[in-house]
Design a binder for this molecule. Sequence first.
Ligand code: SD4
Length: 334
Amino acid sequence: MKRRNFIKNATLSTAGLAVGSTIASCAESNSEEKKTTSTSMASLPLVIATWHVTESTAKAMEVLQAGGNALDAVEQGCMIEEANEKGQSVGKGGLPDRDGNVTLDACIMDKNGNCGAVVYLQNITHAVSVARKVMEDTPHVMLAGEGAKQFAISKGFQPEDLLTDASKAAWEKWKIEAKYKPIINIENHDTIGMLAIDKNGDISGACTTSGLAYKMGGRVGDSPIIGSGLFVDNEIGAAVATGLGEEVVKTVGSFLVVELMRQGKSPQEACEEAISRIVNKPNSDYKNFQVGYIAVNKQGETGSYSIHQWFSMTKFQDGVNEQIQSNYFNKTKE
Ligand code: SD4
């Protein structure tokens, strides 16, 4: 499935062996397509991620199987996609803003509620790792722009040009008309949000992106905003978002999903409710943008849901690393 295939009109935005403990789970999804999203018996460790990123989930699972914790797993899993030049919305090869600058946003959150983020980071491929350094080596949560870059360099990250020939060519083509119609894509490799539970039952998450293609210079989306693009609560579960970041920020989406789980909803129900908050706003323009959520609870149940079709979750559990198509809200023909 190629990235832009999702655009149906001009405005539509947008094997390893599992070992570990087994957790019995009793909550159930109310989704019509229950089989696609939930599990009644969750064995650990497990990893889920937005979109089709089986190489990234495989890396994360490798870390977990080797005894690594969930934080190491999500960081190293996301790094695979950041280094993948073909993924045009993450790290190296990411599509630039309208001025031709590739600017990255990322965040990471651990089991203790610690978090770190970078926004508008340039010339450093592994934004997720810089976010982790912000979390672990500074008294701050977020660093932006030049400050984030200088911090990364001080930590040994090598600056490099992230604009590949393919992304430059796409930008040159875009400039001919230069119309900004945020594209939320369905391609195999995209903004990656990843959640993991390790053998100890501890949860961590990460999210990394080059943001919306041809955005205004300086624009930052939901992905590095704790509570919007990502939220982890080790007592309850975790959620991560993808899609038109402005809409996620307006509803503090990932925090909302986790709080809904705290109130007793399953991950699937919580993702569906968070999407319904967006589409049921007065005058919601949801037909013209995509938002998707994935979530996991402490019992290891998972869920995913989006506004439009073509969103998927990759899940690695019990030796199975698979892409699972998400159920979605807008069933009218697109
Ligand atoms: C953003 N949420 O910058 C990101 C974009 C995205 O798939 O998820 N694209 O708004």
